[in-house]
Design a protein. Structure first.
Length: 162
């Protein structure tokens, strides 16, 4: 089984069951002899959703996409997915030095006519996670100023809606 989405997820299963069936698309059932070790592998991502965890009979089993269980009784395994991060290409910011203060920067919205070095106030939304550039993540409470080693481009990272 799977959740978010509730069906249509391909799961690799090894070994094949008593009927010669292995991999399947959720929802599906396999029949094994007692004490058979079965390995299931879910895809890391499905559409915009990322693998979160396996549930065994409703209880957390593991957070890796591959899990092995021993079939000592009937079990229901569920691959759980959650919305992944997405970069919104329409919300890019340009960062440049302020000529009057070489130790600080100003963040400007790309593609909008603004006076040079004008500070930008950005509207926050419930799906905003953070702003990022290269290996740096910034808080969401903008505008902000900080030392700049080089010109940078910031990208808004948000959570995808269901």
């Amino acid at each position: 089984a799977s959740r978010d989405p509730d069906s249509g997820i391909t799961v690799m299963v090894s070994p094949a069951d008593q009927n010669g069936q292995a991999d399947g698309t959720t929802q599906f059932t396999r029949v094994y002899s007692e004490r058979t070790e079965v390995t299931l592998t879910a895809k890391q991502s499905v559409g915009a959703n990322q693998f979160k965890q396996w549930l065994k009979n409703g209880e957390p089993l593991g957070t890796e996409p591959t899990v092995t269980v021993t079939m000592d009784y009937d079990r229901t395994l569920r691959a759980v997915y959650e919305p992944g991060l997405v970069v919104d290409p329409t919300l890019k910011l340009l960062v440049s030095r302020v000529l009057s203060n070489k130790d600080q920067i100003t963040i400007q919205a790309v593609g909008k006519l603004r006076k040079p070095f004008e500070m930008v106030e950005l509207e926050l939304s419930y799906d905003l996670i953070h702003w990022e550039t290269q290996d740096l993540q910034l808080p969401i409470n903008l505008p902000l100023s900080f030392p700049l080693a080089q010109d940078m481009q910031f990208i808004r990272v948000k959570r995808i809606r269901d």
